[in-house]
Design a protein around this ligand. Sequence first.
Ligand code: ATP
Ligand code: MG
Length: 363
Amino acid sequence: MGKIILTGDRPTGRLHVGHYVGSLRRRVELQNSGEYEKTFIMIADAQALTDNIENPEKVRQNIVEVALDYLSCGLDPEKSTLFIQSQIPELCELTFYYMDLVTVSRLQRNPTVKSEIQMRNFEASIPVGFFTYPISQAADITAFKATTVPVGEDQLPMIEQTREIVRKFNSVYSEVLVEPEVLLPENQACMRLPGIDGKAKMSKSLGNCIYLSDTADEVKKKIMSMYTDPTHIQVSDPGHIEGNTVFTYLDAFCRPEHFERYLKDYSCLDELKAHYQRGGLGDVKVKRFLNSVLEETLEPIRARRKEFEKDIPEVYRILKKGSEAAREVAAQTLSEVKDAMKINYFSDEELIRAQSEKYSRSE
Ligand code: ATP
Ligand code: MG
């Protein structure tokens, strides 16, 4: 059987450069590599509602924003199935059955759920749907028999939870589900890109993002206000690289040829870092360089977005078509799951015959 990709994003805002290095850039490469039989990209609106129940309009509005970000980054509806989670009711049914395979204490131990609960100040008022979203994520992944899930580091515990559910299902019932592998970004900076405020993670919910659709001016302003090294006050002071957001972004985006184009005094990032650490290199110079490097990625994305924005009904048509195609695949898996669980009473002629024999014997 060929390899299959499933991944997605919550429509809680436009996509940012953290998504780009954490998952989106890789998805486009994988989609174009020809190594995968199918690629499914999901807009996780049902999951977004689990912690946005007061904000349904936010979720609704952001579906098209996320879709535009996908298309402008190069996800191609001819090669990838782009779909909306809530339009696949089979995913709810799978979630319901998988709930029996997971304990409450296992969910409570899930590190992603733990930290997200903390981040959202939920304390005791956690919606049950939010608490159980790792289970619904397992449904999303397994419905498409995904072998490969390209995501950022924060999603590792989620994939582990999915793998456990798959193993449990396959051992209790029969080998229907596929255990997925996670595909993490190539370097540490990309696994969890910090926000421009230096906080641990760039996240829509924290408001510390550079969005793929920001204008060149907005990007520049954000870069100029970026958190660097608070002890690096004079240009001549020695500076720190660790925890310095500007250098983390360079780790994620910079390639050697960028020096040739934008900063000829240096040949590579290590040289630039060494100078900063020695002292004598100002933040503004490094920030200007980062701006040029980022613009090289963002400018073509922005331009493609402008084109897709001209035909919004077409974007919805793409999502509708994708959702219909995805639903067929999920329905097939659900039917296999129900067969394995023996909740297929009306198509199980053997069951009907055996039951009727039992009663005819007792006459
Ligand atoms: P929210 O705050 O609503 O959770 P988010 O910004 O965390 O939004 P998600 O939709 O939860 O975005 O994540 C989508 C994908 O992007 C996941 O694979 C996640 O690992 C990845 N991702 C999100 N933020 C980052 C980041 N800062 N660095 C690397 N990858 C990221
Ligand atoms: Mg998130």
